[in-house]
Write a protein that binds this ligand. Sequence first.
Ligand SMILES: [Zn+2]
Length: 292
Amino acid sequence: MTSPPSNNAAGSDLAAVRGENSPPPCRVCGGRAYRPFALKNGFHLDRCQDCGLVQVTDDLSQVNLEDYYGQEFFEETYDWLQAPGSGRRKEYRKFHYRMGEIERLMPGKGTILDIGCSFGFFLDVARARGWQPVGVEIGAYAAKFARDELEIEVHVCDLLNAPLEEGRFDVITMWNVLEHLNDPLAEFRRINALLKPGGLIVFTTGDVDSYVRRIEGLRWRALIPPIHVANYNFNAIRRLFANTGFEVARRSVALPREALLQQLGVIGLFKALRLSDKMMIFGRKIASLPLP
Ligand SMILES: [Zn+2]
């Protein structure tokens, strides 16, 4: 895996800043060879030379992430709640489109788990299409809305601590969550255990090797350490799958207004040319793992 040429010009300076501390192993492949990628918000982002994952290599154990998650985190969604008009309708259209894509690979409707389900709008859509929805959400306010207003089963905890039965789910989804996960191998092992044989994991995440990111450089919206602890490319996702019992069933892109682009019949063009900085990945469970 080669790194894109941009953003690495300051590499030697960054190496000097890091000093004697040796970085921890790569979150996906365990490799220890890194190339400096960026210094942003006071954190080191380094690219694993083996799998291509760009990740924070500083010790985050003493970092209080709540200091970084401002109130603006759910701001957009708060707006929809206050005015459940066009913004929320667009969101529902997008989720109907995504469920349609999922149902092409998994036609028999079953149980679906959304990790980081926020206010539960995606699960509301899934239920309307005949699925049995379950959510996991660490934000108590959003989870309460999903439970009380939408009457969806939502567990207020992270995935590793969620009291869920193994082999319960046909599909597990994760919209813009992967980049927040400090230990993706542990999370994907749990996802594997929760899925039925042949079940699907479907997620979106930014593409650190996308044209958009290369053009925007360090201003790219998904380069926000330490809230995003890692930025993936497709190769890093393949390695994550290989290490946790999945294969890539389909690679697509996520787009603003993707439901509209689909209606206009041009979404295939955007996908073919990779004119998006966000990947949508469909993975199929092909092996069960021993629990860690
Ligand atoms: Zn790696």
